[in-house]
Write a protein of this length. Structure first.
Length: 453
């Protein structure tokens, strides 16, 4: 489906219309080469599979500033001394961009959309004003909110954390912000609500009571869950794991850590995971690993699509252009039956050196094309089932006789001992890693690029 392009009082991206699918032969940088929203792959359209979202923060707030220098991109929506005027302009620019990109969803932090006021009440009112305008633009264009969240990491009061702050007074501010962000998410029909624990962690163990902080985090999330449900939020709460940056240690290290935490606090029915590729790599995993762990636990909620830089491992939030990553991620997402009410959110920013407004479009087009290609390749891999069949064959000894009894919990450790003692040395069975990796290459570079693909 095509969203009605939105242009407010001022057009912020003049000369750029709605991005169209022109196919692999096109040389037009402002066209899709692979993402064809209505194309059906494996029974669903590309739009339904991928559920792309544009994020507010990198695309409309970040200007390229880094610790060594100021921003390199002037934002034409950021020209007034009045922060609320800028916020309204930014909203118009954002909806113009979303609809020109023709993505179905967007995501935002409270403070991306509306400026902090001089009091809790003023901040709430600023947000409510912008949410009202966003709702009007959603209704006019058909855009939907994938998820909302609260920024509990930028304001200096949160330097020691939000929910895990050692000072209860700060915890109350975190509560006020999450309450208002939940109100905003519900008002906008948000399908999910995200907690990314940016400063929920510690810098030094010598001054930190980690047991207390983790307990506070569990209590805080429970309060948020209860409040959200009480105001009619029917969507999924998501935790976005990340091991570090900005803290030295963040509590939500990776998928498996978060899964254990949610189960410990009885939150596993309401919460799932939002897996960000670059957070997984920062934790020393691949993004496929964190996705698979979430799927195995029945807790894959959504994806923050991006990539890191393999040379330094930082959280560089680059657009996802590495096809090996995208294909391996899509194999897992498709095998899991898709993302449900989650989506692929581009938590990605253009480089400091990419200074044209047009680069924002080119970057999103590249990321969408990468995942569209990955979808086609992964669908073919999964439906032809070669890899899956080999994987299953490696476990075939558990489908019969004692292997089956082991899985059913019918054997003891002594039984295992007797079976080993009475059996002969097991044969070595090759894991054939090089073969399975070659199969991936075959699909990526020949099988799916032929006409049949
Ligand atoms: C930071 C990050 C956040 C979350 C939302 O690394 O990924 O933008 O996605 O707070
Ligand atoms: Co993210």
């Amino acid at each position: 489906m095509s969203r009605t392009p939105f242009v407010g009082q001022q057009e912020y991206f003049p000369g750029i219309g709605q991005i169209q699918y022109e196919g692999p032969g096109s040389d037009n940088p402002l066209s899709f080469k692979a993402y064809d929203a209505n194309k059906v792959v494996g029974g669903k359209t590309m739009e339904e599979h991928l559920r792309f979202a544009v994020c507010y923060w990198h695309t409309f707030c970040a200007d390229g500033a880094d610790p060594f220098g100021p921003g390199t991109r002037a934002h034409p929506w950021h020209t007034s001394d009045d922060k609320m005027v800028n916020a309204r302009n930014k909203l118009d620019a954002a909806f113009e961009f979303f609809t020109k990109m023709n993505v179905p969803f967007y995501c935002f932090h409270d403070r991306d959309m509306a400026p902090e006021g001089n009091s809790v009440a003023e901040s709430e009112s600023n947000l409510a004003t912008l949410v009202g305008l966003a709702k009007e633009r959603q209704d006019a264009t058909g855009m939907k909110l994938l998820w909302g969240t609260a920024n509990l990491f930028s304001h200096p009061r949160f330097m020691n954390g939000g929910a895990t702050n050692p000072n209860f007074d700060v915890v109350t501010y975190a509560g006020a912000q999450v309450k208002a962000a939940l109100d905003a998410t519900v008002a906008l029909g948000g399908q999910n609500y995200v907690f990314w624990g940016g400063r929920e962690g510690y810098a030094c163990l010598l001054n930190t009571n980690t047991a207390k902080e983790l307990d506070h985090l569990g209590r805080f999330l429970t309060m948020a869950r209860d409040y959200g449900r009480s105001i009619g939020f029917k969507g999924t709460f998501l935790i976005e794991p990340k091991p570090m940056e900005p803290m030295y240690h963040q509590y939500d290290v990776d998928s498996q850590t978060v899964i254990g935490f949610l189960r410990q606090h009885g939150l596993e029915k309401d919460f799932k995971l939002n897996i960000e590729a670059n957070h997984a790599t920062l934790a020393g995993h691949s993004s496929a690993h964190d996705l698979q762990m979430a799927v195995d636990a029945g807790m894959l909620g959504s994806v923050d699509a991006n990539r890191g830089n393999p040379q330094n491992g930082w959280d560089t939030d680059q657009f996802p252009m590495d096809m090996y990553d995208c294909v391996q991620n899509m194999i897992i997402v498709l095998a899991a039956g898709g993302l449900g009410n989650g989506g692929f959110n581009f938590d990605a920013k253009v480089r400091r050196e990419s200074t044209n407004l047009e680069d924002l479009f080119v970057a999103h087009i590249g990321g969408m094309d990468a995942y569209a290609r990955a979808l086609v390749i992964a669908d073919r891999i999964n439906s032809e089932g070669k890899l899956e069949a080999f994987k299953a064959s490696r476990y075939s000894s558990f489908t019969k006789a004692n292997g089956q009894r082991f899985e059913a919990g019918e054997l003891s450790l002594s039984d295992l001992r007797d079976m080993a003692a009475n059996g002969s040395e097991p044969a070595l069975e090759s894991g054939k890693q090089e073969w399975v990796e070659s199969i991936l290459n075959d699909y990526m570079f020949s099988r799916c690029s032929s006409k049949r693909g």
